[in-house]
Design a protein around this ligand. Structure first.
Ligand SMILES: [Zn+2]
Length: 127
């Protein structure tokens, strides 16, 4: 086995940290780390970075922001529902003989918008 240089060890430090290296490679890297302070520092930084990433948790947005998003979304959905309602009314006037399927479809769209608004509001405020 030949000793490894920094250029061979540095790209393998992450694998070494994860334990993905072969036993022979682990020995060679450990041997290099024992005599190379620069690679020991690199490994220490990698360990620190890994633990920071592992500890990171996404933060919950502030309540004010969630409220503003919920209001914006519900306004949009209310407008979409009103448009769907107006379109339904317009179609009913223009085509009085709207089929049962068309009536059902328009009600389905309106119900879906209302359900979506409620689901988004629930997700924002209670989950
Ligand atoms: Zn080195």
């Amino acid at each position: 086995m030949t000793a490894l240089g920094c250029s061979e060890v540095v790209p393998r430090l992450e694998s070494h940290l994860r334990g993905d290296c072969s036993p022979e490679l682990i020995l060679l890297i450990d041997e290099h780390l024992a005599r190379c302070p620069a690679c020991r520092r690199r490994l220490a930084h990698l360990k620190q970075l890994s633990s920071m990433i592992a500890a990171w948790r996404p933060s919950r947005p502030p309540r004010q922001l969630r409220t503003e998003i919920a209001e914006a979304v519900s306004d949009q959905l209310a407008q979409a529902a009103a448009t769907a309602w107006a379109e339904r009314t317009r179609l009913s006037l223009r085509f009085p003989a709207m089929s049962a399927w068309q009536r059902f479809a328009t009600w389905l769209v309106i119900a879906a918008l209302v359900f979506l608004g409620a689901a988004i509001a629930y997700r924002i405020f209670f989950v």
